[in-house]
Design a protein around this ligand. Structure first.
Ligand code: ADP
Ligand code: MG
Length: 316
């Protein structure tokens, strides 16, 4: 199977309405909407670094799209087009079949069209996806608008994916709770609807890919403010609470990456946040506050809780 056969069999589909030229030519020709800004994001997943080599191909496909959708969500944007650069050691039709199914399972609910890419042979499996999204002119959410007096919020529950990955690596007898945590790693839900819903009220937002502590720290630094995180308020899933000791759950929640929840700063009443959460179909929890100064400190039931963590880094 050569690369043209791979592209035709697994990646070429009917051209979407907002695509003039899709897969098959030298470049894709896209039809942007008037009065909207374009946003581009790209994320690369390397086997053995971003996912275990044993992760199912369908999950690799799904996850590669979801991590990019999460960046789009954090900008409050609407995903529209994507390209896929795929490097494979050995093209295997059942792997490609499963991979492309997972990829489109993540993309289709968002009407995100695959419009081009690149297929190459290499020593490791590497999946690089770029998404082009759009947002009403001037309305993109950024990391840098948090203000003293804002509350800090997070969508969903945190720490699950890191707990799931540690279970995948360590092995724990299967159960519904274990499967839930593994699924949170393998099939993250990008909070695209939540991003669009909070864009109207959030002063700053970021998605959680490197861990709550590290990523919230980046938002605060970009905004030139400080923050306090109350650990007792961090939302934990019930599988997390029932499988993990409390201190481990806190460690996963603060330091574990891969949650792909949204964290944002806003000044807003509980009732209004509740209405937004309802509209977005995800819980939203107030977990801290923004102050003047710099740095992020943690409290546990109001008492100082020393914690240090700089998040995942590829290069030290
Ligand atoms: P070129 O040599 O002009 O760069 P290629 O032969 O690499 O083009 O690709 C042929 C067509 O297939 C192009 O339109 C490209 O965008 C598309 N394509 C290549 N790989 C993929 C892929 N993995 N997924 C989707 N489209 C792809
Ligand atoms: Mg060409």
């Amino acid at each position: 199977m050569d690369e043209f056969e791979i592209i035709r069999r697994y990646f070429e589909r009917e051209t979407a309405a907002d695509v003039r030229v899709g897969v098959g030519d030298d470049g894709a020709v896209l039809i942007p909407s008037p009065d909207r800004d374009l946003i581009t994001v790209v994320d690369t997943l390397v086997a053995g670094i971003h996912f275990p080599e044993t992760l199912a191909a369908a999950d690799i496909g799904y996850r590669s799209v979801a991590v990019n959708l999460s960046d789009v969500a954090a900008m409050g944007a609407r995903p529209r087009w994507m390209t896929l650069a795929l490097t494979l050691a050995e093209p295997d039709s059942s792997w490609l079949e499963d991979f492309s199914r997972g990829l489109f399972e993540a993309a289709d609910p968002h009407e995100l069209a695959l419009v081009g890419g690149d297929t190459t042979r290499g020593s490791d499996t590497v999946v690089s996806i770029q998404i082009i999204a759009d947002v009403a002119t001037g309305r993109a959410m950024t990391r840098d608008g948090a203000e003293p007096g804002d509350s800090i919020f997070v969508t969903g529950t945190v720490g699950d994916a890191a707990a799931g990955l540690s279970i995948l690596q360590g092995g724990l007898a299967r159960s519904d709770d274990v499967d839930f945590l593994i699924r949170r790693f393998a099939r993250p839900d990008a909070r695209v609807a939540a991003g669009a819903a909070i864009a109207a009220v959030a002063h700053a937002a970021i998605d959680l890919s490197d861990g709550l502590f590290a990523d919230l720290g980046k938002l605060l630094a970009a905004s030139e403010v400080s923050g306090t995180l109350e650990l007792a308020d961090i939302p934990l899933s019930s599988p997390m609470s029932s499988l993990m000791a409390e201190n481990d759950a806190i460690r996963f929640a603060l330091g574990g990456g891969d949650d792909y929840e949204l964290c944002f700063a806003a000044r807003i009443a509980d009732a209004d946040i509740g209405a937004i959460a309802e509209r977005a179909g995800v819980s939203i929890t107030r977990i801290g506050r923004v102050d003047e100064g710099d740095g992020l400190r943690c409290t546990r039931n109001g008492d100082d809780y020393p914690y240090r963590d700089d998040g995942y880094r590829h290069f030290h």
